[in-house]
Design a protein around this ligand. Sequence first.
Ligand SMILES: NC(=O)c1ccc[n+]([C@@H]2O[C@H](COP(=O)([O-])OP(=O)(O)OC[C@H]3O[C@@H](n4cnc5c(N)ncnc54)[C@H](O)[C@@H]3O)[C@@H](O)[C@H]2O)c1
Length: 360
Amino acid sequence: MTRILIIGAGAIAHHHANAARLIPGAQILSADPSEAARAKFAEAFPEARLFEAPEAMLAEAPAGQADIVVVAVPPWLHAPMAGLALAAGFHILCEKPLGRDLAEVDAILAAAARAGRMVGDCAVRFNGQPAAARVREILAAQELGRLNLARMINRTPRMRPGIEYQPVSRWFLDREKAGGGVLLDWAVYDLGMLFDVLRPVSVTVKSAWIGGVEGRDDPPEFPVEVESHAAAMLELTLPDGARLPLLYERANGVNGPALYELSVEGTKGGLSWQWLPPYGDEQTKVTRYVDLGGKVEAEVETLPMGEHPHFHHAPLLGLVRRIAGQDSVSLDEVGIRFNFATIAAIYQVAETGQSVTVNR
Ligand SMILES: NC(=O)c1ccc[n+]([C@@H]2O[C@H](COP(=O)([O-])OP(=O)(O)OC[C@H]3O[C@@H](n4cnc5c(N)ncnc54)[C@H](O)[C@@H]3O)[C@@H](O)[C@H]2O)c1
């Protein structure tokens, strides 16, 4: 029997518990010092065993070969809780961002190597969907010719966690607790998904910038210490040696227009794809830009979502598959570190102005 032990019983813990219900015979346990969080969790998951302290939950029974501890607490607790769970002999699935900085990520990966246990990173939440798989096929067949530019832009004028989104979780605004703002919170998904499609072997962050806004209704008692806007110019080296520029922008607080774009363009064509899941819709799509002589037209291919798990279930179900030695969206430790190191490099370049290269 697999045990899924969830540290934290807050918002995201409910999604992991729903995923755990899909694992045949799995037993759900959760630990949270907040009585209110435990009560809400118990209502949704009456079958779960609840604890006040993570230490008491981890001491319940020796770790079984397939048991997983899900670290579903805010970022400043990821490294200490992951350390506890790994030392107790469990595989861990950790919420994103895995650490507040690269040193914390390295500490978690080193602890896992010492314990001989696996680390799953929830940053894979949106990876491996049918549209992305189709794009990988198109790119592998070199249908776009020589690649010119990849572009990922996602700007929402106001959607800062801790203010406009999930305002009860003010820790999102505290740099010490959260580790960073929109870049740390979202680039883990954005670049994780893009790198899963493009498979770069190295990335150079050429230039980068982070900044923020002063919102009219910002809570005076909680100063906003984290960025709400990030932009970077990256150069990816692809497995065949080709170099592909990537223009990246992410904002959840910006005084400008909303803008969403994801594209890869080459000498013979371009494409875009739906990477956030199609809510309430069983289909997803890939758009190709085709030269029709004098004009370029968009041709849309729709694809069934098929058996792909709900994005909130994908991290846990993916790690279960990886532990069982099956194909999985779950990244190995090398992939986890490469992706996180790229984000750390963006922060570094924003601060120093000097380009940084990260190798896989
Ligand atoms: N909320 C979302 O939409 C969302 C989505 C994806 C990922 N995440 C990630 O999930 C993580 C948790 O976020 P959340 O939204 O669930 O936060 P939350 O504030 O809803 O819940 C966090 C829970 O952790 C508990 N906690 C605090 N200290 C603890 C301790 N020592 N031991 C056990 N539990 C403790 C709190 O009491 C709280 O119930 C973050 O890393 C976040 O980035 C959140």
